[in-house]
Structure formats: C-alpha cells, structure tokens
Design a protein around this ligand. Sequence first.
Ligand SMILES: C[S@@+](CC[C@H](N)C(=O)[O-])C[C@H]1O[C@@H](n2cnc3c(N)ncnc32)[C@H](O)[C@@H]1O
Length: 254
Amino acid sequence: LTVYLVGAGPGDPDLLTVRAHRVLSVADVVVVDRLVDDRVVALARPHARIIDVGKTAYAGAAATSQEAITAMLVVLGSQGLTVVRLKGGDPFVFGRGGEELAALRDAGVPAEVVPGVTSALGVPALAGVPVTLRGVASSFLVMSGHDPDEVLAACAGHAGTSTTLVLLMAVATRRRIAEGLLAAGWEPKTSVALISRGATPQERRALTDLGHLGGALVDAPAVIVIGAVASLLEQRGAVASIPSLPTVRVDIAS
Ligand SMILES: C[S@@+](CC[C@H](N)C(=O)[O-])C[C@H]1O[C@@H](n2cnc3c(N)ncnc32)[C@H](O)[C@@H]1O
C-alpha cells in the first residue's frame, strides 16, 4: 500500500514501463494530470477511482493547486489505499514530482517513483531526432521556456557548440528565446524541430530554423529541438519548410 509517482510517458500507452502498467492495474485511486493521455488512464482497474486534477499551464483548464494535490496524496496514502499519481512523461522532469515525494516522505507515507519516458527525449526520438549524435551533438540541455531570460543565460555560451537545446513549455516564448539566441551569436540557419502532441494521433511535426522560429506555427504542448540534429526530423510525407538545411556529418567510424 503505497503512493506511486508514475511517469505516463508522452502519450501512446505502448510507451509505459511494465511497472507503470502493473501498478495502474492494481491502484484503488488514480490521480491524473491533464497532459496524461486518456488511453493510459483507461488501463486503470475498472473500479478504480479516477481523480482528474488537471494541473496544467494551458488556458481553460480547471487546475487544482499543487498544494491541494500534494495534500490529497498524503491523505489518500495515509488511508492505506494504493494510489497512483499519474504524470505526463517522467514525474521528475518539470513535473513537480520531487515536491510530492518530499511531502509524502515527510508525512511518513510510503512512496515509490516509477520513471517514465520523458517527452524531452522520447518525442524527438520517435520523430527520428537523436539529441546526441557522434560527431554532431555531444551534449543536450533540457529547459523550460517559462522564463526566457533563464534559457538565454544558460544557452548564450553554447553558440557555435555541439549542444542540442530541448525546450519544453516554450511555445509562447519561442520568439523571445529565438531573438535572444540570435543576439548571443547562434546561427540563424540552426535547425529547429517542432513536435506538437508527440506520440498521439494528433502529432504534428515541422522543421524550421532559428531565424524563422518566432513566426513558425506550433500548437502546445510541443517539444522544440534546436541544433544540427533537428534537421534529421522525419516528416510524414511533408516537405521541409526550409530548403537549405545544414549537412549533418555522421561519423560511423568508431
Ligand atoms: C509541465 S511539462 C511536463 C513534462 C513531463 N514531465 C515530461 O517528462 O515530458 C509539460 C511540457 O512537456 C512537453 N510535453 C509533454 N507531453 C508532450 C507531448 N506528448 N508532445 C509534445 N510535448 C509534450 C510540452 O513542452 C509541455 O508543455
């Protein structure tokens, strides 16, 4: 009898871990974030109580405060119920899972983390974009776009390096971030992959470059990948919007 902080992955239930599936199928209560795919929630036991806390940054959602969610988990866990707290992607990547785990530990409620496939890595991977690639990209930085100044402070020094920048929650701030990176010396031709609603039937992919990122069309939620590897984005039958992409050198000698 435990509270499980479970990563639901980016969408497709096939991306759940075996452990996530297993605990979902025995939970008495499932506390769900809005970004969790309905197909994942449907794997819960038929008589499980589903509580949708809709914690989200998007307009129009009835969001329950983080404090209320944390208190709810402590109460439910203290009642000896098996509780699954389902979060999109991985619970510890911009998911406030760390705070929830700390509160459960403080309250003496047994808790276990079940990692998930984070959208930051899984969504680009599904679209053929490796965040590291030998000879092309040797590191990656995952950041939230909520605070563009923070992104720019961290990334300015990466101009001209082989770092891949992966941005979550950056649809609204993409213009500001693009302008700041260009001002910091990033090349306007740097490839940018935009992937909305990855791993769902509504997935959309687009390829652009840093010079055009501000005006590019993209729906939230989206993962934005900036760097040479983004040019590897596999487009489903679509033609890349930017004709002259930088050549990616793939070094196959090991
Ligand atoms: C609050 S963060 C949570 C991230 C989550 N814990 C994870 O590991 O993927 C929400 C952001 O993740 C990204 N995201 C989550 N699911 C996504 C998906 N299926 N497709 C594209 N982006 C997604 C978006 O940038 C969204 O704004």
